[in-house]
Design a protein around this ligand. Structure first.
Ligand SMILES: *[C@@H]1O[C@H](CO)[C@@H](O)[C@H](O)[C@H]1NC(C)=O
Ligand SMILES: *[C@@H]1O[C@H](CO)[C@@H](O)[C@H](O)[C@H]1NC(C)=O
Ligand SMILES: *[C@@H]1O[C@H](CO)[C@@H](O)[C@H](O)[C@H]1NC(C)=O
Ligand SMILES: *[C@@H]1O[C@H](CO)[C@@H](O)[C@H](O)[C@H]1NC(C)=O
Ligand SMILES: *[C@@H]1O[C@H](CO)[C@@H](O)[C@H](O)[C@H]1NC(C)=O
Ligand SMILES: *[C@@H]1O[C@H](CO)[C@@H](O)[C@H](O)[C@H]1NC(C)=O
Ligand SMILES: *[C@@H]1O[C@H](CO)[C@@H](O)[C@H](O)[C@H]1NC(C)=O
Ligand SMILES: *[C@@H]1O[C@H](CO)[C@@H](O)[C@H](O)[C@H]1NC(C)=O
Ligand SMILES: *[C@@H]1O[C@H](CO)[C@@H](O)[C@H](O)[C@H]1NC(C)=O
Ligand SMILES: *[C@@H]1O[C@H](CO)[C@@H](O)[C@H](O)[C@H]1NC(C)=O
Ligand SMILES: [Cu+2]
Length: 567
């Protein structure tokens, strides 16, 4: 009897502690106009709560996050919680026309979801038009109480958000490109935590500064929130130890350079082990594609050791813009922390194989259309020769159509393999008029609940080869292998890392190359898969997964929240 009471007390204590460690974290976002001065100009931007970047959200693993979004801006808006699994909460994922229609000006929507099974650095951003340029912020998931990091606790944790800045209204930049069919105007600056740094005009005082104490360790939670560019990042005279990517722990990896693609995050430990002084941190693009016009400016901030005199900081030497070997070494050397917190072993039985080609295309110039793209046509892009179009004229989002089982919004015939086999990465196909035009469609690939899916992502050479960061909503995936040229199952399956591969939500597929990923689709709903360069997404470099409901209530998508915006 005594023993029974004791056990009961234990059970109650356990229950209490698990309740205590699962909080509801509630926030409000006001999306509104903000007037800022950057690079000698005054500019009205759209931002959350009057700051760029927007507020940092901090939760513990296991918490439920509730964010009331009030749209006081002149634009339609949605917010995406990049990298969050959204288990049975697809209504909160955010991509416009996919899981919800936009929150119209003067309207609101409450995003509510539980964050479980993941910890580290993620972020939130607008997922409608190009507004994520200025509507974004960090989402930091700490271990639940009583759990610790798989590395010594740093003295301080610092979000480092890279951004991309236009001396123009970004929605106008996007609309102008859509009207002409040409590539959009390139940006004017990159930023670190909203600040361009002292290499730009009028920005001497608009430079990010981090003060450190010699002998201490700092965790930089690096987020690439730039719209269209991968970035190399270095700190003068300091190495960094990568401990996580995309909120998945890695085996500690020491490097003097980080490369990060739009959508990705990289957590590094920085040991302040150098002589007291000032050191620049700097970022500039990794440009995988030859001969395109690009913003080749450099953003920098300053790391100041406490007690330093005001001498000129040391500047790191950044890799050349086209230094693919350095980028590839960093991207492919990272491995997962097998057995660490939230480690998921690689599922070994594959139910569905896909081979997806992706890259740029052309759209034929319609009658009376303006066609400022190559060969007097319009730019386009595709996956397996399907150029994805959002169902913007539908009265239902794709997820509503899924939930209500209504046809006409999308079709489920996305091909599992390319419709035509060709020499995908041969530069000679660059302008092949018989292959370069991809039809505009809204197709999804349908999966049974809980299937294990393996996908070969294969870059194509239409117009040019390029490294595209492919993001999958709602899931992490293991990166089994990556390489250059055409994927060859006969030799490349031998390169699979099934033991401790890196786990990501966004993979920068090698330029003119391929990557093989594997994931288990254990979450019903519609999940967008797309290039995270905002220049390519509207051209159609996307597709979506439709994951069917499972057999039980706990594997079935619940009904939408009552305030889901109407289309
Ligand atoms: C945003 O601003 C509103 C209004 O001032 C405030 O209530 C809210 O707490 C702020 N949100 C965050 C996440 O800081
Ligand atoms: C917000 O800025 C836009 C210009 O970008 C302007 O047209 C609009 O009137 C402003 N709205 C408010 C509420 O200030
Ligand atoms: C920067 O700030 C310093 C000190 O506040 C000030 O003297 C200087 O004029 C500022 N420079 C610019 C370009 O605003
Ligand atoms: C950085 O790491 C490399 C390789 O581990 C090492 O050779 C170098 O001395 C380190 N540099 C600093 C500044 O710690
Ligand atoms: C890039 O431009 C340079 C100089 O204009 C030219 O020599 C080179 O052939 C071009 N490369 C490609 C891949 O078009
Ligand atoms: C790291 O990258 C280099 C250069 O790409 C490669 O030679 C080496 O094998 C890689 N090491 C690991 C452990 O992947
Ligand atoms: C193209 O423009 C001409 C002249 O404005 C007009 O007569 C014609 O109807 C237009 N064609 C189409 C398909 O819009
Ligand atoms: C591309 O075409 C040229 C001219 O026909 C040919 O000489 C070359 O071998 C081709 N390159 C490849 C990689 O097939
Ligand atoms: C893509 O589809 C179009 C239209 O059916 C076709 O003309 C073209 O050859 C296809 N291209 C590829 C690479 O499959
Ligand atoms: C889904 O798969 C996992 C592991 O592969 C298994 O534990 C779970 O029971 C499955 N769920 C359902 C509903 O089949
Ligand atoms: Cu892309």
């Amino acid at each position: 009897m005594g023993r029974f009471v004791f056990l009961q007390a234990c059970a109650l204590a356990l229950l209490a502690s698990s309740l205590a460690s699962a909080a509801i974290v509630e926030h409000s976002f006001n999306v509104q106009n903000l007037t800022v001065r950057k690079l000698c100009n005054e500019q009205v931007i759209t931002a959350v709560n009057g700051s760029l970047p927007g507020p940092t959200i901090r939760v513990r693993e296991g918490d439920t996050l509730v964010v009331h979004v009030f749209n006081k801006s002149p634009y339609d808006i949605t917010i995406h919680w990049h990298g969050v699994f959204q288990l049975l909460s697809g209504w909160a994922d955010g991509p416009e026309y996919v899981t919800q229609c936009a929150i119209r000006p003067e309207n609101s929507y409450t995003y509510k979801f539980k964050i479980t099974g993941q910890e580290g650095t993620l972020w939130w951003h607008a997922h409608s038009s190009w507004l994520r340029a200025t509507v974004h912020g960090a989402l930091i998931i700490h271990p639940r109480s009583g759990r610790s990091y798989p590395f010594p606790k740093p003295h301080k944790e610092v979000p480092i958000l890279f951004g991309e800045w236009w001396n123009a209204n970004v929605v106008d930049v996007e609309n102008e490109a859509a009207a002409t069919g040409a590539a959009p105007t390139i940006s004017d600056a990159y930023t670190i935590n909203g600040k361009p740094g002292d290499l730009y005009q009028c920005s001497q005082n608009d430079t990010y500064k981090l003060t450190v104490v010699q002998g201490k360790t700092y965790m930089l939670r690096i987020i690439n929130a730039a719209l269209n560019n991968q970035l190399f990042f270095k700190i003068a005279n300091h190495n960094m130890t990568v401990v996580a990517i995309d909120a998945s722990h890695t085996k500690p990896y020491v490097t003097d350079v980080v490369v990060v693609a739009p959508g990705q995050t990289t957590d590094v430990l920085l040991y302040a082990n150098q002589p007291v002084g000032s050191y620049y941190m700097a970022a500039r693009p990794y440009l995988s594609v030859a001969n395109v016009s690009a913003d080749t400016t450099t953003t920098r901030g300053i790391i100041v050791y406490e007690g330093a005199t005001s001498a000129t900081p040391l500047m790191p030497v950044l890799p050349a813009f086209n230094d693919t070997p350095t980028a590839h070494k960093f991207y492919s050397n990272l491995t997962g922390l097998a057995g660490g917190p939230h480690w998921t072993p690689v599922p070994n039985q594959v139910d569905e194989h896909m081979f997806i080609t992706f890259g740029l295309n052309l759209e034929p110039c319609g009658v009376n259309a303006t066609c400022g793209g190559p060969s007097q046509q319009r730019f386009s892009a595709s996956m397996n020769n399907e150029s994805f179009v959002l169902p913007s004229n539908s009265s239902l989002s794709m997820l509503q159509a899924f939930f209500l089982n209504v046809g006409g919004v999308y079709t489920t015939d996305f091909p599992s393999v390319p419709p035509v086999k060709f020499d995908y990465t041969n530069p000679n196909i660059s302008n092949d008029q018989s292959l370069i035009f991809a039809p505009k469609t809204t197709k999804v690939k349908k999966f049974k609940y809980n299937s294990t899916v393996e996908i070969v992502l294969q870059n194509t050479a239409f117009l040019a080869v390029e490294n595209h960061p492919i993001h999958i909503h709602g899931f992490n995936f293991h990166v089994l292998a990556q390489g250059f040229g055409n994927y060859d199952a006969a030799t490349d399956t031998k390169k699979f890392n099934l033991v401790n591969p890196q786990t990501r939500n966004t993979i920068a597929v090698p330029v003119g190359g391929w990557a093989v990923i594997r994931l288990q689709v254990n979450n019903p709903g519609i999940w967008l898969v797309h290039c995270h360069l905002d220049v390519h997404l509207p051209w159609g470099l996307a597709m979506a997964f439709e994951v069917e409901n499972g057999p039980t209530l706990s594997s079935t998508l619940p009904p939408p929240p009552f305030d889901l915006p109407k289309c």
